[in-house]
Design a protein around this ligand. Sequence first.
Ligand code: ATP
Ligand code: MG
Length: 441
Amino acid sequence: MTEDNNKKTEKIQKINGVRGMNDLLPAEALQWAHLEHALRDLTRAYGYEFLRTPIVEATAVFQRGIGEVTDIVEKEMYSFEDRLNGEQLTLRPEGTAAVVRAVIENNLLYEGPKRLWYTGPMFRHERPQRGRYRQFHQFGIEAMGFAGPDIDAEIILMGQRLWDELGLKGVRLEINSLGQADERTQHRTALVKYFEQHAAQLDEDSQRRLTTNPLRILDSKNPAMQAMIEGAPKLLDFLGVESLQHFNAVQTLLKANNIPCKINPRLVRGLDYYNLTVFEWVTDELGAQGTIAGGGRYDPLIERMGGKSAPACGWAMGMERVLELMKVSGSLPESQPQCDIYILHQGGETLIAAMIIAERLRSAGIDVVLFCPPDGQSASFKSQMKKADASGAAYAVIIGPDELARNEAQIKDLRGSGEQQAVAFDQVLEAVIDALVGSSE
Ligand code: ATP
Ligand code: MG
């Protein structure tokens, strides 16, 4: 074996990221920051308070909170046993159950209702594809302790305001009412009867759900079953007066605020804990993963999780899908320069002077990149100037040995005239501020 071959076999294997779990690269960072900024503004505008829960919870939080017979709990959770104490733990697949756990544990509803929001990574073991990942990010709001249709309308208005703010195109609101438990029981009887009459058309998942959770069959994405599902008895026809009143009141408030919506009788949502109002925002622009956000009322959940009974509602949105839709809508923010000022030097004493000036500028709130030679030695001004140009900085500050000898720096306009002026060290800050203010006018 030659020496070269030897080197090849010794080459260290690189380690890749986990499938479906993506890095957020610097090129996308500005877009995420833009979205996060809009979310902070939105939640402030409506008086919602931020809450951060841990990424890992006891598995029971989700089993009880989401429901055993759901896609998430049945097949999508990353669950494991704590090696030290045998506890069953799960990487959170969604936010609501964990927020409810935290609200109960910290007694947050003690002083009355709460408007809350959260954001962060969620984990679901699904087949990765466009808009569907194994680690993805959600933003969600939860309004707890409010029973009326006003809060249902408020959280929907928040969504609409956000889509407008982000410049999203082609988003439709679909809405439905799941009524109360007794109404669903009556509907369920009719539904099971209908599905039994069409048993030959049910896929394996649906046959199982026929006995465990037939409502969820309406949620099936199996194309072969769509026509049959279309003819199934509608839950809306089983709602009593109070449920209908609540549903109508929500629609009246939306209408008064010019929010168009379409009633979709098949909308049942993937989680088990909803009642009354449920809704989704959908788009045709993102292929199969067209739901950007969804939610509804979940009055039974807090009690079911061991808290004192209190009504609640909320929604969650997929941040990756929203960013993708911003891209399609042409509303992503333009890229920003890396800095205002790029500083060039020749190492040694010129580096010392350059670093002092860089710090002085930063203390005044100016964004500065100081050239740093990759070999730790030095580099020609020509190659440094290329980096200064690429940084997007408006001006370069140049300190070579000649400038140093005169206690001066050169300030060079990188975007306009290319003009250069010599400025005494202790005048650099003033001159840079003047130049930046002048160029932004
Ligand atoms: P879907 O029907 O697309 O699986 P879901 O009903 O499971 O969605 P929710 O649990 O309601 O989704 O989560 C709220 C939002 O989070 C969804 O509308 C979607 O935008 C986003 N989302 C859900 N799962 C994923 C995923 N695996 N990757 C990226 N975004 C996701
Ligand atoms: Mg899903």
